[in-house]
Design a protein around this ligand. Sequence first.
Ligand code: NDP
Length: 610
Amino acid sequence: MPTQKYQKGDKVMGRWPGSSLYYEVKVLGFDAKSRLYTVIYKDGTELELKEQDVMSLTGFQTRSRSRSRSPGRRRSRSRSPARSTRRSSSRTASTAITEIAPSSRRDSRFKDTLEVRLSPMATENNITDKLEKGEENNSASKQNEKSEAKVEKDPEKNQGRYNLRRRKDDGAVIPTEANSGLQEEEKTNVFAATTIPSAPLDFGGKMGAYFWLLFLPSWVLFVLLQVSQDDPSLANFPPTLPPLETFWDAQALGFVLLWILFQALLYIVPVGKLSEGMQLRSGKRLKYRTNGFFAIVVSAIVVAAAVHQGVDLTYIHNNFLQLATASLLISVLLSIYLYIRSCCAGPDQLALGGNSGSVVYDFFKGRELNPRIRDFDLKFFCEMRPGLIGWCLINFSMALAEMKQQDLDAPSYSMILVNLFQLLYVVDGLWNEEAILTTMDLMHDGFGFMLAFGDLVWVPFIYTLQAYYLVGHPNPLSLPLLTVIILLKLTGFYIFRKSNSEKNAFRRNPSDPKLSYLKTIPTATGKSLLVSGWWGMVRHPNYLGDLIMALAWSLPCGFSHLLPWHYMIYFIILLLHRDLRDTCECRKKYGSAWEEYCRTVRYRIIPRVY
Ligand code: NDP
């Protein structure tokens, strides 16, 4: 039996099935029985290739040179000005894609087909490789994946259909010489493909989007009504509905708007660092003013001055429902604005996950990745400022309300713990504001109702539930319990901060000498995965830390009611779902490297449990 010619890790040229095109690939394995090589392309696509479809780099170059003298090849090139642009950009980017003998028009069509088709595995973050190829194709296309299967079976039939070529950074797909002779129907398909294909739908798809759009606002209002009851137990479900006008107060809307404008003002003050975001599909990096810590300090000073001047902050407690309704209205209007403006955004500005074509789903999930008004980044601002700093302001007002309502000289221990714990969480987030630039929300999710509502309504009005609860439901703490809760919080915080910082530092500078002790797994995208340190313990150590902290936030409220545990329960569901979404994304992005990571680091969030 002949021996295996290429070994695991060897770089070779692999023929794309059904075509005459060769790409540089890495050998992942060889099955001696079927004589098939498993190879990985630069964009992460893995395929099994027949032995005769794999050749060495040197052998390929010799053969390619001799073929390039073919007159047929020259003729084919000279007819296509677009092709010459493409070729030169490919060369400068040292692309692996090379034709052996595309002497016919049919072959040149097929080349373009593959240029489009090879990208579906890539995602927003998987850009290094795409830049190398000079192709800014957006990806994760089910449509393309389906066509892939067809092409392999019957390449000729499918050549016209996806015969596309990207010309510029704008990501627009333009017809080329090769498709100029297509039938009308085929042309339609060409142009239909100018929209970015969307990733698989989350959150129950289109029907799910309807559900969440109705459910989330109703749930917030319901929970707020429930917690304001004397006995918010489940036995008293549902709470009595107050008259409709109770929900609305123009003054409350004015205060919320004032707060958002105040935070916007602090955001644009040219104080603090200008941090670079992760590289976008277009190859660009956006700049963000990361002055969140400055913003919370100034906000605290202004609030303290206002209280000193006699402003009664218990207004927030007394008008909580109205403030929540006002914020809800603002988040809906903002989402409508975001959806409308996303219709004018270029394809490379859209998030892969919010471009399904269903208005309701895309409105919910968010279409545009980084909507900006000049340099004002709407998503970053909403994620980090009004809601997050507002959360601390509300907690503080609840402490004042507790003192007033229970006639105390100082807030209770439980209230102090909840306030301090959550303040630490927010201040830490703002101090390390740059770290949010490597999170899923910033990198992958479009800005739509889901995030706008989450940032402006859910965070300030649901995350403050424990403090709200304690105003009317005191829960004295013994000293040992107090100590245990503090230790728990510190442990969670330590895990959360260290793991997030480790990944953030690694993503920002993988060759940082301070991180050289960490083991990594290389991936086909050029990025590596950490496989030791915190990220070698479980696959989401930051979620573990966050969950431990969540436990420490609920414990001061005791076990009399379920409501103060709302955050804990919701957060478990959120992080489990987030972990699933992220795993799915990473599997697509990193292919076998991700599988290897999962084999090495077996547990997702809790060591030896889950
Ligand atoms: P992560 O910060 O964990 O980001 C996930 C990304 O990290 C992956 O997509 C991947 O991106 C990268 N990654 C995964 N594994 C590795 C590895 N082994 N080595 C290197 N990079 C890896 O997730 P989130 O954005 O969901 O969460 C960020 C923080 O925010 C967490 O602490 C979370 O608990 C917290 N959070 C809090 C919420 C709250 O309401 N309190 C809500 C949501 C999150 P890539 O490879 O592309 O860089």
